[in-house]
Design a protein around this ligand. Structure first.
Ligand code: HEM
Length: 142
């Protein structure tokens, strides 16, 4: 079923993009038999593909949560955070000095994204849910 929830689409597209990059890196590592960038591969797949898909599917299940401003903040921490983190890890493994600060920045953004997600869930669970007309028994008056 198509969704009009932009945040769901953005998260799922980011998940597919990160997962595709992670898989291509994995194939490249296997062909080259060079496993220097294994940590980048792992984080693209687990933080990118798996975690972003969980975020996106959660917002699909809780559309009210996706409307919260904190959910937008979460996206702006999580997705650029992964880019900074994986870019930083790559630079670190290749001995570029920028790698360390970039990895630290990306890791705190990633953690911030997770904490915001927790905040979004808590706020969403605390809100009273509007009764859905479909949930009413047939023949009952709303
Ligand atoms: C086309 C798909 C994939 C390919 C070709 C691939 C390839 C690889 C390769 C070559 C390694 C390094 C193995 C070594 O160090 O000996 C690796 C490690 C790893 N991959 Fe993948 N991978 C793929 C997908 C995934 C996905 C989808 C995930 C997670 C969701 C994942 C998680 C991991 C983990 C956790 C490790 C580290 C294992 C360890 O060091 O013990 N991979 N992968």
């Amino acid at each position: 079923m198509p969704t009009k929830n932009g945040l769901v689409q953005c998260y799922l597209l980011a998940a597919v993009l990160a997962g595709s990059c992670g898989m291509m890196l994995g194939i490249g590592m296997g062909i080259a038999q060079n496993f220097l960038l294994t940590p980048v591969h792992v984080h693209l797949n687990l933080l990118g593909w798996v975690t972003f898909a969980i975020y996106g599917l959660t917002y699909h299940a809780l559309p009210e949560a996706a409307k919260l401003g904190l959910a937008r903040v979460q996206f702006l921490l999580a997705v650029p955070g992964l880019v900074a983190f994986c870019g930083g890890l790559t630079a670190l493994r290749l001995d570029y000095p920028v790698g360390f600060p970039l990895t630290v920045l990306g890791s705190f953004m990633t953690l911030g994204g997770m904490l915001c997600f927790g905040g979004v869930l808590l706020r969403s669970f605390a809100r009273p849910r509007a009764a859905s007309p479909q949930a009413l028994p047939a023949g009952s008056v709303a």
